[in-house]
Design a protein around this ligand. Sequence first.
Ligand code: PEP
Length: 250
Amino acid sequence: MRTQIVAGNWKMNNDLPETEALISNLKRQTKTSHAEVMVAPTFVNLYHAYEALRGFDIEVIAQNMHFADNGAFTGEVSASMLESVGVKTVILGHSERRAYFNETDEDLAKKVDTALKNNMRVIFCFGEELADRKSHNHKKVVETQIKNALFHLPDDAWKSIVLAYEPVWAIGTGETATPEQAQEMHAFIRKTIEEDAYGIDIANNVSILYGGSVKPNNAKDIFSKPDVDGGLIGGASLNAEDFFKIVNAF
Ligand code: PEP
């Protein structure tokens, strides 16, 4: 059975006191599902979050990292820095990184390699824009994003890859892909992995999360689809009660 994951991406929200308050609330929640739970605070609060959640069943993960091991990259953070504060999983390729910081598939392929070289797990994000869907080009766009960033990997690297399909038009907009649209794309992704490169075992074992305006009131329907293995949650992850309603929607 594939790992079910619900990961909260806090983005550039929450200073230290707000992070402490949110973590206190998270600790009061009860998990009734088997999903792995993760939260991604901003870099400056990672270590505090890691310490504060020590012993709790919530993994602290990073929102991004640089592809270089170290060096003259002012303002950037490396894989080994993340590891040194307890981080073992990193989100890469979020649409906001692609759109506002010009991250390309080529950059992301390098970031994936660096993360894996450092024994980290990657949550790799991708997804089409509204214009792609309107022109019925969405599958091609997604296929290209995945192939460019991931299809150079050897088979055994896939055990450290989690995919997150996040249609850009559904992120932070309140507009969610229907459960059927999510299922259709997730099944397509799995088929692409199986047929174009890696075979059925790898395709069946990779967890594919959905992201884009997942809320307590729609999570159950989305998670009920056979190829949806969890969610990457933005806005709703900033409220501990809402986030755990989503975690417990499995
Ligand atoms: C995201 O940014 O990954 C995301 C899914 O955001 P939201 O849940 O707010 O749409």
